[in-house]
Design a protein around this ligand. Structure first.
Ligand SMILES: NC(=O)c1ccc[n+]([C@@H]2O[C@H](COP(=O)([O-])OP(=O)(O)OC[C@H]3O[C@@H](n4cnc5c(N)ncnc54)[C@H](OP(=O)(O)O)[C@@H]3O)[C@@H](O)[C@H]2O)c1
Length: 322
């Protein structure tokens, strides 16, 4: 009997696009979401069966995994967290991954495909990036083989990195930024990311292996801001100051952008870590043409202007329904 594909985090920024891409390739994935009603509102006509479950509630998971061969893991817990509250996103993400890998093992899932984060252990990683790596470790500890794709910032409408960039540049003619603005990163287009995720299904050599995924260009965050400004024809002045704590910077970003300070805070703390691919083996196994940053920014802007609820920041602005 043909095994099912499960997409966990199907309601998220990456998950929604992966679900659509798999649908276009003829798959009918099973979609794990926490609120079916909310998911269907945002994704009318999506192909695939929906199952409601919460990874933090182990008992809700067995049905989701029945008959599944490959399970995608596109989940993190930062959205519902608010600055000032001791929201333990790393603890929740550890627990969610433990429940996931246990249930997957018990139900005979063969493979997990996880989209994690770039960054090296021992590099004084931010809590967010360290947590992404911890999740990979937990997911690799079970019976299914793990494919881990590690990405830096993903460029796409509705994704936190693009929305932070968009609102900062659109709203601030003069910007005062932390000194980490000169850290290097290797952004990747959302559709290239989805291409790699979907490509793993066809390429058996990706099973049981870890890959860095990134676009063709390595830039600093300052250059990203400038590229966005150039695409939009805006004149912007950026100053960096030595003292701007992550907490202050995240409160300030929350004021200027629709991204909650709870999500902005760990992302901003992560700016101090260089996130650049250390190897490019994935390009040989899944040879997709990589989208230049400027083209990704233009596409994200087009989708934003199209105003589709699927692409706007709505989905993450409201945060978790729980
Ligand atoms: N966006 C980027 O730039 C980026 C960069 C590198 C890596 N990644 C990785 O890509 C993956 C997906 O991120 P994203 O940007 O798509 O995030 P997102 O839009 O915030 O989506 C996260 C998803 O996780 C789900 N989720 C959270 N807690 C859950 C739980 N307890 N049970 C079930 N589902 C739960 C959320 O469900 P609800 O809809 O119910 O809240 C949401 O659909 C993550 O692993 C992330 O680390 C993203």
């Amino acid at each position: 009997m043909k095994k099912e594909i499960l997409v966990t985090g199907a309601a998220g920024f990456v998950g929604r696009r992966l679900t659509r891409a798999l649908g276009r390739e003829g798959y009918r994935p099973r979609l794990l979401v926490r609120s079916e009603r909310r998911f269907k509102e945002l994704n009318p006509g999506v192909r695939g069966s929906v199952v409601e479950a919460d990874l933090l509630e182990a008992r809700s998971l067995n049905i989701a995994f029945e008959g599944v061969g490959v399970a995608y893991y596109l989940v993190h817990s930062m959205r519902g967290r608010a600055v000032g509250r001791s929201g333990d996103f790393a603890g929740k993400d550890r627990k969610a991954a433990e429940n996931f890998v246990r249930a997957a093992g018990e139900q005979g899932v063969e493979r997990i495909v996880y989209l994690g984060g770039l960054g090296e252990y021992g590099d004084r990683l931010s809590e967010h990036l360290a947590s992404r790596q911890e999740v990979a470790k937990v997911l690799s500890s079970g019976k299914p083989t793990l494919t881990e794709l590690r990405a830096a910032n993903i460029i796409g409408a509705g994704g936190a990195p693009f929305e932070m960039l968009r609102y900062l540049v659109e709203r601030l003619p003069v910007m005062v930024a932390p000194r980490w603005i000169d850290t290097r990163c290797q952004p990747i287009d959302i559709y290239d990311t989805v291409g790699y995720l979907a490509g793993c299904l066809q390429e058996s050599r990706t099973a049981g292996a870890r890959f860095d995924i990134g676009g063709a260009e390595i830039v600093t965050y300052r250059q990203m801001l400038r590229l966005y400004a150039a695409v939009r024809g805006l004149r912007r002045f950026i100053f960096s100051v030595p003292v701007l704590t992550p907490r202050l910077a995240s409160l300030w970003v929350a004021l200027v952008t629709p991204v909650s300070s709870g999500l902005a805070s760990p992302l901003i703390e992560g700016l101090k870590n260089e996130v650049v691919c250390k190897e490019n083996r994935i390009r040989e196994l899944i040879p997709i043409p990589l989208t230049p940053i400027v083209a990704s920014l233009r596409q994200a802007l087009r989708e934003t202007e199209a105003g589709s609820r699927i692409y706007t920041e709505d989905a993450f602005r409201k945060g978790s329904p729980h």
